[in-house]
Design a protein around this ligand. Structure first.
Ligand SMILES: [Zn+2]
Length: 183
C-alpha cells in the first residue's frame, strides 16, 4: 500500500484530501496510506478518530511506523463502525470466550482420558493381569490395593471456570481441579 496513492501525481488527490475537499500537497501525510481507490478506508478512520487527530498521530510517528499505525487505526475504526458499543473489544472478548469454551472442552476430554485409564487399570488388576500400573507396582499402596477384594475408583472432576473479573484482561483462565480418589 505504500506510495500507491501518489502514482497519479498531485493531480489526483489521495482519499483523505478528496474527502476533506482540500488540495493534496506533494508531502501529504495521508497520501502514502490512503490511496484514492480506497475511499472507505479513510472515511471510517475519519469518522471514528477525526482527520486532524489522525494527522497529528502520523506526524508524531517516525515514517517507518506510520504504516502499522494506519493499519491499527483502520482496523479499530472498522470494528467501531461494525460494533459501535464495543468496537474491537467485542471481537477480543468473543475470541476470549471461545478460548475459555475450548479450554473447558479440553479439560473435560483430558479428564475423560484419565477416567478411562483408571477404569482400564482397575479392570486389569481385578483379573490379575500383572501389576495394576507401572507407577505403583511394588509400592506399599499397590500391595494394599491388591490385597483388597474390591477396589473401586472414583474420579471426581470439578471444572471451575474462572469468570472474567474487571474486563477483558487475562483473568479468563480456566482452572481445572481433578481428584482421583481410591476407596
Ligand atoms: Zn492527500
Amino acid at each position: 500500500m505504500k506510495e500507491s496513492g501518489r502514482k497519479q501525481g498531485a493531480a489526483s488527490p489521495c482519499a483523505a484530501c478528496k474527502l476533506l475537499r482540500r488540495r493534496c500537497a506533494q508531502d501529504c501525510v495521508f497520501a502514502p496510506y490512503f490511496p484514492a481507490d480506497e475511499p472507505q478506508k479513510f472515511a471510517n478512520v475519519h469518522r471514528v478518530f477525526g482527520a486532524s487527530n489522525v494527522n497529528k498521530m502520523l506526524q508524531e510517528l517516525p515514517v517507518h511506523q506510520r504504516g502499522d499505525a494506519v493499519s491499527s487505526m483502520v482496523y479499530e475504526a472498522n470494528a467501531r463502525v461494525r460494533d459501535p458499543v464495543y468496537g474491537c473489544v467485542g471481537a477480543i472478548s468473543l475470541l476470549q470466550q471461545q478460548i475459555d469454551t475450548l479450554q473447558t472442552q479440553l479439560a473435560l476430554a483430558q479428564a475423560e482420558v484419565v477416567h478411562l485409564q483408571v477404569r482400564q487399570t482397575a479392570s486389569f488388576s481385578h483379573h490379575g493381569f500383572g501389576p495394576a500400573s507401572p507407577s505403583n507396582s511394588g509400592s506399599p499402596s499397590s500391595k494394599l490395593m491388591r490385597s483388597q477384594d474390591k477396589t473401586t475408583f472414583d474420579v471426581d472432576m470439578m471444572v471451575n471456570q474462572d469468570k472474567k473479573r474487571g474486563g477483558s484482561d487475562s483473568g479468563g483462565a480456566v482452572a481445572t481441579v481433578m481428584v482421583v480418589r481410591v476407596t
